[in-house]
Design a protein around this ligand. Structure first.
Ligand SMILES: C[S@@+](CC[C@H](N)C(=O)[O-])C[C@H]1O[C@@H](n2cnc3c(N)ncnc32)[C@H](O)[C@@H]1O
Length: 469
């Protein structure tokens, strides 16, 4: 082997790679020169010319310079903004290939942590029936530096944009004409908000100088009732300018049932703030899942794909298998979606959640649905579960991406329940947690991935655990 061929890649090296798969962040992965290459904007199945950016031991981060051969299975992306927009990174992969890639990622995580017994396989990913217009919530950004596409003429207007951050360029905003994963009415709201902001001369936010009026717009369209909520985030209240703007947007899209304004004068680009003003409607929309009605307000957490969330929760209920006689614990209960759906089939459900606003949402949803056999305990799960005096027969956990708190593993493993259902939004964390639960006798008997986010590398999993005899 020549010296050139044997030496480890260095930043600046250019190579030709055949991309094998995508990773958890949607980058293309290839093995080459005894290293694992992770390549931004590279599709599985394609041959690409890449430039190495940095290397840490055997891992090289690279960027694709050009595509030399595309995968014959590649499909035309359904969105005109694909590539420029930072979302939907997998849209040019056939959906079946996306699902196969997600399955491979889950399998790899469980293998890495030796988390499954022999004979327990990861089931095929439960794919979405609708891979477009599936999101019930989209957050758009106003900016004063519009991203200019390479084909646009010189001197094109670039001082105003409403859309998504450009991929890898946080200061620039891609003006989104139509987003393929949000609803038609959501796209009409987007067009109306842009047209009226320009007509009424309302200045967009500048992330560099921290000035301007319009910052973000969150559009929520209930996937189950079709009700529409718009949350406009501004830097100041300015009712004399925002009032007419809101009225004009509603006149263009009369389906808007609630229009709220959130004031955020801080530099941080977030869509919550110091004050929330309801300009129109009740301030919330309704979603109905598992026979339970949920009120979703501007700041409430709710799964963003209602149709797949319904299937996910149905699966959780099936795996928890309540007969009506059980006490169930729902750890990391959020706004109580799982607790309330299970409460209809169990003797008692106790939800444990840290965030007070989520607990308040959960309690009011319980009350309105007449569910009296459910209670929510506010605080850190490690502390609050320790204070309970009666153990459950079934435990459901739905932790954040980091997975179970390390201090929770042992007390949770010692709970004398017969069944545990682990709902995971990050399979690598779940696989690590499962491996940590194994010494206490807990074994995964089923792993069912569910796709809630077509065209992205994310995948949820419902893992059923039983205590080994
Ligand atoms: C993936 S979400 C669960 C969503 C929930 N199943 C629902 O449908 O609304 C994770 C939740 O864990 C909560 N959380 C994070 N750390 C926590 C802790 N230490 N104790 C209790 N809850 C926590 C978060 O506030 C969040 O609501």
């Amino acid at each position: 082997m020549s010296d050139q061929a044997a030496r480890k890649p260095r930043p600046g090296d250019e190579e030709e790679l055949v991309i094998e798969r995508f990773d958890e962040s949607g980058r293309g992965v290839a093995h080459h020169k005894q290293c694992i290459w992770s390549v931004l904007r590279a599709r599985p199945g394609s041959t690409v010319r890449v430039k190495a950016l940095r290397r840490r031991r055997h891992e090289v981060e690279a960027v694709a310079l050009s595509t030399l051969a595309t995968d014959p299975r590649a499909v035309a992306p359904s969105c005109a903004h694909f590539g420029a927009c930072g979302g939907c990174t997998l849209q040019d992969l056939a959906y079946a290939q996306q699902l196969a890639g997600k399955h491979a990622l889950v399998v790899a995580s469980f293998q890495r942590h030796a988390a499954l017994d022999e004979g327990v396989d990861v089931l095929p990913v439960l794919g979405a029936t609708h891979t477009e217009r599936y999101r019930n919530k989209m957050e758009f950004t106003f900016g004063n530096r519009r991203w200019i596409a390479p084909h646009e003429p010189q001197g094109a207007a670039d001082g105003f944009a409403l859309g998504m951050h450009a991929a890898g360029l946080w200061q620039k905003v891609v003006a989104i004409e139509s987003c393929a994963i949000q609803t038609d009415v959501g796209n009409r709201v987007l067009a109306a908000a842009r047209a009226e902001a320009l007509a009424q001369n309302l200045e967009p936010w500048c992330v560099k100088r921290h000035e301007g009026l319009l910052r973000h717009m969150v559009v929520r369209v209930s996937g189950t009732t079709g009700e529409v909520l718009v949350n406009l985030v501004t830097s100041r209240a300015e009712p004399e300018r925002i009032g007419p703007y809101v009225a004009a947007v509603i006149a263009r899209v009369p389906e808007i049932g609630t229009f709220v304004q959130t004031v955020n004068s801080q530099a941080a680009t977030v869509s919550y703030g110091e004050a929330e003003l309801v300009h129109h409607g009740p301030g919330w929309i309704r979603e109905v899942l598992g026979g339970v009605e949920f009120r979703v307000s501007a700041q409430s957490f709710f799964q963003t794909n209602s149709a797949q969330a319904a299937r996910l929760f149905e699966l959780v209920a099936r795996e928890a298998a309540p007969t009506g006689a059980e006490r169930i614990w729902d750890l990391y209960s959020g706004t109580g979606t799982i607790s309330l759906i299970l409460a209809r089939h169990a003797r008692e459900v106790v939800g444990f959640e840290l965030v007070p606003a989520a607990v308040a949402d959960a309690r009011s949803n319980a009350e309105r649905n007449g569910l009296t056999n459910v209670r929510f305990v506010e605080g850190d799960v490690v502390e609050t579960t320790r204070r309970e005096t009666e153990f459950p027969e079934v435990v459901v956990v739905d932790p954040p991406r980091a997975g179970l708190h390390p201090k929770l593993v042992e007390p949770l493993a010692r709970v004398p329940a017969r069944r545990m259902v682990y709902v995971s939004c990050k399979h690598s964390s779940a696989a690590r947690d499962l491996a940590a639960l194994r010494p206490y006798g807990w074994r995964a008997v089923r792993v069912q991935p569910v796709d809630l986010f077509p065209h992205t590398p994310h995948v949820e999993c419902v893992i059923t655990l039983e205590r080994a005899p």
